[in-house]
Design a protein around this ligand. Sequence first.
Ligand SMILES: N[C@@H](CCC(=O)N[C@@H](CS)C(=O)NCC(=O)O)C(=O)O
Length: 228
Amino acid sequence: MAANGGDELKLLGVWDSPYVNRVQIVLNLKGLSYEYVEEDLLSKSELLLNSNPVHKKVPVLIHAGKPVAESQAIVQYLDEAFPSGTFPSVLPAEPYARATARFWAAFVDDKVGSPWHTVLFAREHGKKADAASRIVAALETLEGAFEDCSGGRDYFGGDAIGFVDVVLGSYLGWFKVFEKMVGVRVLDVARTPLLAAWGERFAAAEAAKDVLPDDVDKVLEFLQKFLD
Ligand SMILES: N[C@@H](CCC(=O)N[C@@H](CS)C(=O)NCC(=O)O)C(=O)O
């Protein structure tokens, strides 16, 4: 149905990618229906290569034939193309709160996303463990950010899931995978109690619960294809 984005929206993705998952969560939050196309990253489709010729990565959102790449840009695009009034907002309306949300979202992909990649693909255990401890340090910083941004409410976005929630929340399934891979519990209730409780809430939220990967062995088995 064109009125809610329906047949105009196509998402190229991979099921266990945090970058793809955050876009799916925002599409769910906004109640938008879309066509999902699972990509094979070892044999990328012409559509992916043509839609994201610079990075050749997922996610790519194609809206009415026009591709948008890079997950944070896609989320912001969706927020503007399907704005408040008709759809729930992900970014706050007030400029300072908006800038703050963008700051923390950038921090997450820099300080959690980069080491996430190292935990996955580094060959040596020591490098994986070092990257996991950098994630722990980033989460300790984010514990303080959560306290400030949430103002005692459930989410970084306040009463509702917002931009920082979807950007950080999309890594939650992987944090469980890391416990099995490197033996490090990155999101730990003793170190970061507010974030640990937030993580439980986010993973159980309607928009996220069927999106985040929750089968650790299935994720590890899938990852192995890229390591062989
Ligand atoms: N900064 C990008 C990262 C996207 C990304 O790293 N996607 C991975 C899957 S998790 C990918 O498509 N990798 C394929 C490749 O590197 O060739 C975003 O936020 O969208």
